[in-house]
Design a protein around this ligand. Sequence first.
Ligand SMILES: Cc1ncc(COP(=O)(O)O)c(C=O)c1O
Length: 304
Amino acid sequence: MTTKIFVDGAFYNKDDAKISVYDHGLLYGDGIYEGLRCYSGYVFQMKEHLNRLKRSANSLRIQLPYPLEKIGEFILETLKINELQNAYIRLLITRGVGNIGPDPSTCKSASLIIIVEDLPNVHGRSVKENGLSLVIASTRRDAVDATSHEIKSLNYLNSVVARMEANEYGADDAILLDPRGFVSESTICNVFIIEKNTLVTPSPSNGILQGITRQMIMDIARELNMEVKQSDITPFQLINADEVFLTGTHAEIVGVTRINNIELSGGEIGRTTRNLIHKFQEKTVNPKYSTPIYKNINKDEVTN
Ligand SMILES: Cc1ncc(COP(=O)(O)O)c(C=O)c1O
C-alpha cells in the first residue's frame, strides 16, 4: 500500500504530497516539527509532544493552523488510513506560502504535514546491543538565542554538519558542545552521564532541546532513588563517566561505548543504562502515558 501523507486537511499518495517552493519552511527553514512514536496502537506521550509544538510555535509566533486537539485527531487519522500500529510520526508546521523575502508577515497561513512510517530501528540492532561510537564535533550547538534548539525548528544545519563529521570519522553520531565548550546534545538526541549513583544531563542553558524522553528518564531515575542533576558537563567528564547514553523518541535509549575512539564502560552498555532502558520500555506499553488510535480526543488531553 502506498503511504498516505496528510497535507493541510487532505491525504495524498507519498509521491504526490507537495508544498509550494514559496513556502518559508523551504525558503528559510521557517517552521517547527515534532517526532512522535506509536507503540502497538498507542501514541506515546502525545500530550507532551503537542504541548511542546505549541511552545515552539509560540516562541516563533507561528499561528497553528488548527487547535491542538484537532492536530491530535489528524495524527490518529493518518495512522488509521495507513493501517499502522507501530510507527514513527513526523509532524511539521511550516510558516506557509509568502513572498520570496524572509518577512513572515507575507505568509498567510501555516501548513500542517503529517508523515507516518513503519517503526524504524534508528541505529540498527547491533548498535542497540553493542552501544554507539561518537565523536565530539567541532561544530557547536547555537547559543540560547532565537535559533536555539530549545525550539524544535526546521533548522538542523549544525546537526547536519556534525553528522557529516561523524561520518568522516566512521562514528555513529556526534556530540555537539555549546558555545562555551560544555556538552550540549547529539545531533538528534539528549545526552546523559552516570557518575556513581548520580544521573547528570546538560541543562536548557546548554542550548539543548528539552527532550520528552529526557524528562521521562529523569523521572524514572528518581523513581529508582538516583540523584538527578541538570548541569554543565565538560568533555573530560563525558569521556570519564561511568556510563553514557543518549535519549530520543526516534532512537529511544542507546548506550554509548566509544567517544573519540576512547573506550567507555569497558566497551559494554552499563548496568544502570540497561536498567533504565528496561524501565523505559515498560512505560511505552503502559496506557497511562499513551493515546489509543481508536479514540476521540478532548481538549483536556492535549493541553496543560
Ligand atoms: C536535537 C535534538 N535533541 C534531543 C532530541 C530528543 O527529544 P525527544 O526525546 O523529545 O524526542 C531530539 C529529537 O528529535 C532532537 O532533535
